[in-house]
Design a protein around this ligand. Structure first.
Ligand SMILES: *[C@@H]1O[C@H](CO)[C@@H](O)[C@H](O)[C@H]1NC(C)=O
Ligand SMILES: *[C@@H]1O[C@H](CO)[C@@H](O)[C@H](O)[C@H]1NC(C)=O
Ligand SMILES: *[C@@H]1O[C@H](CO)[C@@H](O)[C@H](O)[C@H]1NC(C)=O
Length: 373
């Protein structure tokens, strides 16, 4: 477990500038309505004009389209491989609703092809954590060996909770856990105790779930919000109910016939033994050519949401677009390129770019960490 870790901090003046700017920005703010509202608002709503329908089906839960759109843009941006454009927030996906985002930390685990960033969205008044998973073709690998490979969690009061070994160790046994926790703690110190929004797509969504649980235990359930896109199941029923209790502000977006949320399988006739999703699913679904966002029931496995799609119609292409936003890597070969160039070189280049740019961004890169699955 010889893990080499390097952290580079940019010039102090940049940090001082940030501090000065922040002292005039409002701290704290109203609690984000994610959100579970009073039953009186159970009819749901449709935001005006061009916004798609939100079908609430009598749920006491309101889906905020604008907020979700901003978050999917973060989940898409974390796939970008040009780290310089990422920390400067000038990448081709770093615009629209996320304009003005301030990256405070970029985390890259070369060995496991994992990437994450932490930063502050001043418009949402929130700390954003976005996590990217490994390559899409590893989906086949998950299917191969994931079905019964579960491991116990070492959190208190969850004797029966089991989670997927590969997904969990991608968070727990790599650079991600210490680096993200540290970056969030630092951002809260610098920018005030704002809401924390954790997001990710696909396997990044699975990892984001564990991250959100971890942050909720550390910083309080009320302060942590999770929104994932097309994530696979990550644990058993005991885990799902534990999760629902600790991370109640969770939205698990699914899209039409996306295959990944159906994996690993859930067998309704073996409810205690198989994997099970936690709530709350919101299903992006075409109805007569109109995109609707169907708010699903609190069970995590609503039979009328994406589970209503017959197995033969499951699709890989619906996995790659959410809310009209393309959400896949711009270049999957980059993991190898980075390896070839050596992480040390990458780190040096980035560090000098960051110093030149006068920004205050931490870069944490591991070129050797524990190999997960
Ligand atoms: C949805 O979220 C946006 C961004 O946080 C916020 O400005 C807006 O007021 C929210 N809308 C509703 C109906 O809560
Ligand atoms: C999670 O990480 C901790 C601390 O590094 C370690 O003790 C524990 O065994 C890990 N859990 C799993 C399931 O790998
Ligand atoms: C689809 O949208 C059109 C135009 O807004 C509307 O007239 C129609 O009723 C919608 N269909 C459904 C099934 O909601």
């Amino acid at each position: 477990m010889d893990r080499r870790r390097r952290a580079v901090e940019s010039a102090a003046p940049a940090a001082v500038m940030v501090l000065l700017l922040l002292s005039i920005a409002p701290a704290g703010g109203a609690r984000r309505d994610w959100g579970f509202r009073s039953p009186s608002s159970s009819v749901g709503f449709t935001e005006p004009n061009t916004k798609p329908d939100v079908k609430n089906n009598g749920q006491t839960f309101v889906f905020n389209y604008t907020l979700a759109k901003a978050i999917v843009e973060y989940a898409s941006a974390v796939y970008m491989t040009d780290l310089t454009a990422l920390y400067a927030w000038t990448c081709s996906r770093c615009n629209d609703l996320t304009r003005g985002f301030e990256v405070t930390c970029i985390i890259v685990d070369v060995q496991n092809c994992l990437q994450a960033f932490v930063g502050v969205d001043h418009k949402l008044n929130a700390i954003i954590v976005a996590i990217r998973g490994t390559q899409e073709n590893s989906i086949q690998n998950w299917i191969k060996d994931m079905i019964w490979k579960q491991v116990k969690l070492n959190y208190p009061n969850v004797p029966n909770a089991k989670v997927h070994t590969g997904f969990y160790s991608s968070y727990n046994n790599t650079l991600l856990r210490p680096a993200i926790t540290n970056a969030v703690r630092k951002a809260r110190k610098l920018h005030g105790a704002r809401d924390i929004i954790v997001t990710g797509h696909s396997m990044g969504g699975a990892i984001a779930s564990f991250c959100a649980l971890d942050l909720a235990i550390r910083f309080g359930s009320n302060n942590v919000h999770l929104m994932t896109f097309g994530q696979p199941r990550v644990g058993n029923a005991a885990f799902a109910s534990y999760f629902a209790k600790y991370v109640p502000n969770t939205i698990r977006m699914t899209h039409e016939r996306d295959i990944v949320p159906h994996l690993p399988p859930y067998f309704f006739f073996l409810p205690r033994l198989t994997y099970r999703h936690f709530p709350r699913e919101v299903w992006e679904h075409e109805v007569d050519g109109n995109t609707t966002f169907q708010v699903c029931d609190g069970s995590g496995e609503d039979p009328n949401c994406c589970r209503s799609v017959f197995v033969l119609f499951w699709s890989a292409s619906d996995h790659l677009t959410y809310m009209g936003v393309k959400i896949e890597a711009d270049d999957w070969s980059t993991c190898r390129i980075v390896l070839g160039r050596s992480a040390e070189q990458l780190q040096m280049n980035l560090a000098s770019n960051i110093v030149t740019s006068g920004r205050s961004v931490d870069v944490v890169i591991a070129d050797y960490s524990v190999q997960v699955d």
